[in-house]
Design a protein around this ligand. Structure first.
Ligand code: ARG
Length: 276
């Protein structure tokens, strides 16, 4: 009888020990994401600075830098971690690969959390919501009464973006022309090589605000934006769960203290003043 209880007790103790080891393994495992960043003293952000007001180059006091809404958010995340921010500027199509290959720690690039991307990386809580529109030359403002009026024409979209998918799926009777850099698209639009460029509303509005004599939004060309392509988020590697938690903490704080809105307004002002 006593022997049996002793055995039972031992089994319970052994079980608890295993459970403890298991739990410790779960919480620490190999996720040193936050520790690594703190150790190197720098948070490396990947972006594609062709997307005002989210990220764009400016020349201020003779110095060229990258600034914008996403940069201000990343600066705050770095500050909350007690480290410096380093910006790595590259083309949008390379960003997810750069993140997976550990060239950068996080990606902020006006990137929406599509289902395909979610298979490859993790996304933070969303900090902005978008729709899609067609940007055209000012002279063509009232030329297109519907999507079908674009028949046989060329429509631009940035490579690997949700705009490329929307252009191909929704403007079927036009040819989609893609470029790795979003700025090339508006250049081609101005040159008359493209009839329009599919862009998110915030970006298109920005072009119109900056160059009202050059661009307009084709109001009657109604594109729809699927729910999975509406939310802009910050991307981190799937394993970096602690970093994701840290990022979400900063995002939550920025939303509740109103700084998220301030950052966007600040980015728009800087673009109007120093952007080219
Ligand atoms: N929101 C779109 C997407 O995630 C386009 C983002 C383009 N960003 C940029 N920095 N050029 O596919």
């Amino acid at each position: 009888m006593e022997m049996k209880n002793l055995k039972k007790g031992l089994v319970v103790v052994a079980g608890l020990a295993l459970l403890t080891i298991g739990l410790a393994g779960c919480s620490n495992s190999s996720d040193n994401s936050v520790k690594n960043i703190k150790d190197k003293g720098t948070l490396v952000m990947g972006t594609s600075a062709d997307y005002a007001p989210f990220e764009f180059p400016i020349v201020k006091n003779g110095k060229k830098t990258v600034t914008g809404y996403d940069i201000f958010i990343a600066q705050q995340i770095a500050k909350d971690m007690g480290v410096k921010l380093k910006i790595t500027n590259t083309e949008f199509p390379s960003l997810i690969t750069d993140l997976k290959n550990k060239k950068v720690d996080i990606v902020l690039a006006g990137m929406v959390s599509t289902d395909e991307r979610k298979k490859q990386v993790s996304f933070s809580d969303s900090y902005y919501k978008v729709e899609n529109v067609l940007l055209v030359n000012k002279a063509d403002e009232n030329k297109y009464n519907s999507i079908s009026d674009l028949k046989g024409l060329q429509v631009g979209a940035q490579q690997t973006t949700t705009q490329e998918q929307i252009a191909k799926k929704q403007i079927k009777n036009a040819t989609t022309v893609t470029e790795a850099n979003a700025n090339s698209l508006t250049t081609e639009l101005t040159q008359g090589k493209l009839a329009g460029v599919v862009l998110e509303n915030e970006i298109a509005d920005n072009y119109v605000k900056q160059y009202p004599e050059k661009y307009a939004i084709a109001k009657n060309v109604k594109l729809s934006t699927p729910e999975s392509q509406q939310h802009i988020n910050i991307a981190v590697r799937k394993d970096d769960k602690k970093l994701l938690k840290q990022v979400n903490k900063s995002v939550k704080e920025l939303k509740s203290n109103g700084k998220m809105d301030t950052f966007l307004a600040k980015a728009q002002n800087l673009q109007a003043k120093y952007g080219k």
